[in-house]
Each structure stands twice: as C-alpha cells, then as structure tokens.
Write a protein that binds this ligand. Structure first.
Ligand SMILES: CC(C)(COP(=O)(O)OP(=O)(O)OC[C@H]1O[C@@H](n2cnc3c(N)ncnc32)[C@H](O)[C@@H]1OP(=O)(O)O)[C@@H](O)C(=O)NCCC(=O)NCCS
Length: 153
C-alpha cells in the first residue's frame, strides 16, 4: 500500500467526519461520541481552515483508491520556556484496515516537519496508559517526557 500525507481540504469533510465520529471512528475508540457534540465537531472542522486559528489537520490518502485512511490534528501555542511556540499533537487516527503499514509513523513524521514549518519545534502528545498499540509506535518515534498529565476534576 502506498499513501500520501497532505493538509486537509474542505472537500474532505464527509470522509474526515466518518473517521472522526462514524462507525469504527476515533471518537468511538475513545468512547467520546456523546462528549464531542456535532456543534463542537463543526467548529473544529472550520478552525482547520481559519488562518487566525492555530489549529491544523493533515490527512493520509491511499494512493490507489484516493480515500482518506488517517488523520492528525495539532495546535501551536506559546511556551514560557522558549521563544518559539510548541506544537501539541491533539488527535491521531488510522483506519483499522490500514493499520500496521506505516501510516501512523508517517503522520507523526509529518507533524515533526510541520513543527519546523510553523516555528514550533517542540512537539509533544499524550496517550492513555492502556493504549499499548499506540505506544508501540510512540516508543519508535518519540521519547517519554517523564511528566504525568493531570486535569481539573
Ligand atoms: C495508534 C495508531 C495511530 C497507529 O497507526 P499505524 O498506522 O498502525 O502505525 P504504524 O503502522 O505506523 O506503526 C508504526 C510502528 O509501530 C509498530 N506497531 C504499531 N502497532 C503495533 C502492534 N499492534 N504490534 C506491534 N507493533 C506495532 C509497528 O511495527 C511500526 O513499526 P515500524 O514503523 O518500525 O515498522 C492506530 O493504531 C490507531 O489509529 N489506533 C486507534 C486510535 C489511537 O489509539 N490513536 C492514538 C491516540 S494517542
């Protein structure tokens, strides 16, 4: 299988939505279909195309079928420890039938080059302790930060 990574386009909406909140989707994987409402999804999608929003999305496209097989979303933000912004990889997803072909790795490598392009070279992300499949990939492309993530109850 060969594939390409490119920025999302408005015409990708239906296929992106299917990966985001359809059957076998990212939000289903996170059991979060009820938390991320259609209104939030709509705003998020719009932000990808708003030059005033530091919110971005790239997609992986199967070269043979032209279908979307994965995506990554990411944000840049200020950091008190650096002059440059940092880049937070918010969401990463590869369709079940396209996994283990290097798509996840290629998406992360694209995010690294986006970090350079956006002058946000410090790239970081979080994953659940139990997400061993994702960690198989992350240990190959990244290093553990040593920090635990807490949140407001
Ligand atoms: C995590 C996820 C994005 C990985 O995507 P993927 O396209 O399968 O990943 P890759 O094929 O690029 O895997 C990269 C490496 O990890 C290894 N790997 C990944 N999953 C593995 C598994 N289940 N068993 C063994 N090795 C695995 C591969 O061997 C590969 O190594 P290589 O590049 O040296 O050959 C995908 O499984 C997914 O979308 N999962 C559901 C959503 C999710 O968990 N997202 C991440 C949230 S933090």
């Amino acid at each position: 299988m060969t594939f390409s990574i490119r920025p999302i386009e408005e015409k990708d909406k239906a296929e992106w939505l299917d990966m985001w909140n359809g059957k076998g989707s990212y939000l289903e994987f996170y059991k979060s279909l009820d938390i991320v409402t259609p209104e939030i999804t709509e705003v998020t999608f719009k932000r990808f195309f708003d030059p005033n929003e530091p919110v971005y999305c790239v997609v992986a496209v199967d070269d043979d079928t032209g279908k979307l097989i994965g995506f990554a979303t990411y944000l840049t933000h200020r950091n008190t420890w650096t002059i440059e912004d940092s880049l937070y990889l918010n969401d990463l997803f590869v369709r079940e039938d396209s996994r283990l072909h290097g798509v996840g790795r290629a998406l992360i490598e694209k995010i690294y080059s986006e970090g350079d392009r956006l002058n946000a070279p410090q790239v970081y992300w979080a994953t659940q302790f139990g997400n061993h499949r994702a960690q198989m990939l992350y240990t190959k492309v990244g290093v553990k930060s040593g920090f635990l993530l807490y949140k407001r109850p």
